[in-house]
Design a protein around this ligand. Sequence first.
Ligand code: SAM
Length: 456
Amino acid sequence: MSQTIPVKKNDYIDVEFVDLTHEGQGVAKIDGFPVFVPGGLPGESAQIKILNVKKNYGYGKLIEIKEKSPYRVEIPKEDMHKYGGCQLHHMSYEGQLQFKQNLVEQTLTRIGKLQDVNIHPIIGMEQPFHYRNKAQVPVGERNGRLITGFYKPRTHEIIDTDESVIHMEAINDAIKIVKEICSELGVTAYNEEAHTGVLRHIMARFGRKTDELMIVLITRTEKLPHREEIVGKIVAALPNVKSIVHNVNPKRTNVILGEKTQVLWGQDVIYDYIGNVKFAISPRSFYQVNPVQTQVLYDKALAYTGLTGEEIVIDAYCGIGTISLFLAQQAKKVYGVEVVSDAINDAKKNADLNGITNVEFTVGEAETVIPNWAKEGIHADVIVVDPPRKGCDAALLKTIIEMKPKRVVYVSCNPATLARDLGILEADDYQTVEVQPVDMFPMTMHVECVSQIVLK
Ligand SMILES: C[S@@+](CC[C@H](N)C(=O)[O-])C[C@H]1O[C@@H](n2cnc3c(N)ncnc32)[C@H](O)[C@@H]1O
């Protein structure tokens, strides 16, 4: 039976917001029909104007808030440019944490139907601003000068700003200085429509523990004009810089990095630590962007493994081996598996860098490699999984259930797939005991959870 649509374009309606979308838009339900409204917060009532109506949902514009959420914060218009990528900028940090906590609790009990699980209060940051150790900003041109910033949502129009409330100050400063140096020397900005011009993006990465800075200049052209002068001026202006890299991306694409990378000055990597494990970070390496909360998350994961030094551990979806290397110090042996071969190369290099020898890394799909390990007689006492948003493959969950490790530690960036997968494990011999939400990405909609699941 098809549902009648209760609203039409240009209607003015009074609504209550009941939820937020993944993009941070308020969700109002009109006779069950969802309407997405940027700026609306759960618990608020408001008048909205319907802008667009589709078969199953609509879009609206906030006209007037009639009852405000206690968590609403007003960002002065002149400061809005600092909040690029911050879907929750209009919510206090306390409100953000409350929202994420509710999201995790409701999802796990509604979808996963979990009972008897201890969901701890979310661990937020003391300083929820300036936490990101990496930025890659698009470069444009205005009034004959280079500008950098972030794209206006759903466009490629650059909002001109040198400040971001989520980038580390060292990153904001570095990008501003590099942009000004290139601008002074007359380097042109890439023009996406015409596919002309030179400088496409500036990337900066910063090692929080080491203070080492990497600058990557991404150009359309093979040649970087005024290369020597640019390098000299960056080195003089940024004493922490340890690596300056040129990357060439000649393609018409939204992908930021091209295939060709050349070191212009200094090292090809910078270093940083998570706990006492040292990591080499190249322009392409995946490395957690919030180092403070990564440590919190991994400490919790380590505690949930209950390692004594005698266990065989499998780290599925291991990336560059961050969790594997962290756990290897307390385990007999760790096997890591990851589908991206570059990441496995980084993982092996990082093991060598730290003199960690009780780890073995394999390229492949976790759902294929781990069943093969089982056939070869590798039995894990503990399995750690840290899958992408879509969660664990069903074949992997089946193998876990068959292998019967004493503990499973599940690190998840998506409560919905976490709930689904915990439900599958619970339908068998496993019980979820603890779930710890961690706020890795303040000001955004994302929430990370680490869960401890034990064999009954
Ligand atoms: C959320 S990341 C976790 C990375 C790592 N544990 C860390 O903390 O740095 C998920 C990883 O799973 C990898 N991946 C995706 N599908 C996979 C599969 N079927 N088998 C193995 N790895 C996979 C991705 O390449 C990515 O590195």
